[in-house]
Each structure stands twice: as structure tokens, then as C-alpha cells.
Design a protein around this ligand. Sequence first.
Ligand code: HEC
Length: 169
Amino acid sequence: MRNFLLGLLLGIIFPPAILASLSLMGRLPINAREEPANWEKKLLQAAVARSVAHQAPVLKNPYPVTDGNLLAGLKEFHDDCDGCHGTGEKKSIWGTSDFYPRVPQFGFDPPRLPDWQIYWVLKNGIRYSGMGGNDPGISEEHAWKLAMFLSRLDSLPPAVEAEWRRRPK
Ligand code: HEC
């Protein structure tokens, strides 16, 4: 029993101690251009999705879903986000090769989150990734219209879908 407890204690102490030593010895890989492993991507995506679902308060979008509001969200996306997340017709070279984790390309891999969760992500950002927070960098109106647009990428009305898939001027 004593040996078991000793083993358990060492098992708990050793892994973080080894990780801390490797970090302080400068041995952790920190190069962002390397391709992330599949298991790492899946684990991180699941962790981010669950944390956002757990931590974002359920808020109601104060703006009605209209073509005009969706187009305003699309404009905001082109102004602030497409350099990393790409457009409806083209991936961002920077976003797909120079970030660790890689930046999801919303024209090909939509966020599929409800608008209040997208609102929370765009205000607060995601730690240890290239996704920064935007509070108070973006007005409430712009944030909600942008979240409305991104939460509906799979079901945009035809006029907005056409604008999204068109090459931006
Ligand atoms: C400098 C690059 C960069 C910019 C600019 C950027 N993002 Fe991101 N974004 C990222 C990265 C990297 C991730 C992936 C983070 C992760 O998975 O840990 C991400 C993830 C997200 C996610 C979560 C997606 C998902 O499927 O879980 C949302 C939503 C998002 N960004 C919205 C935005 C919005 C809205 C803007 C513009 C206001 C924006 N981002 C601007 C880099 C960026």
C-alpha cells in the first residue's frame, strides 16, 4: 500500500515537473509554421468548443435577421477577419500555413456555433492561438451582426449567399 501511494505521488509530480524543466530548458517546439498533428487538432477543437459552450452566456441577438443585417455582418467580416479566416471563395494563405493551430477557413469550414457563442469568441478571443479578443475594439452593433452572419453560413438567403461567394472588391 505504501509503495502504491509513493508511486501515485511520483506519478502526479513527475510529468508536470518534466514538462516545466523542458520548457525552462528551451526544448518545447514553438514553431507556428509546422503542420499540427491530427490528434492535437481534434483534441484542441473539442476543448475549445466545449469551453465556449460552457462559458459563453446565452444572450439574445438584439438585431432581427434580415438581408441588410447579414450583409452588414459580411462587410464587417471583410473589414476585420478575412485576412486570417479567408473569404467565401478563397482560403487565406497566411491563415492556412502560418498559424498553430491553423485558422479555420469559414468559406469551407463554417463555425457552426450559435450566434451568442460566436459573439463571445469574437469579444474574448481564444488563448494560445492567433485569435485575439475584440473588446472594446468592435461596437456592439457590429459584433452582433457579424455573429449573426457567421452563425448562418450554412443557410444564408440567396442574395447574401451570392455576395458571400463573390470575389470581394
Ligand atoms: C490574426 C488571425 C485571426 C484574425 C484576424 C481573426 N481570427 Fe478568428 N481565429 C483565429 C484562429 C487561429 C482560430 C482558431 C483558434 C483555435 O482553434 O484554438 C480562430 C477561431 C475563431 C472562431 C472559432 C471557430 C470554431 O469553429 O470554433 C471564431 C468564431 C472566430 N475565430 C471568429 C473571428 C472573427 C469574427 C474575426 C474578426 C472579428 C476573427 N475571428 C479574426 C485567428 C484569427
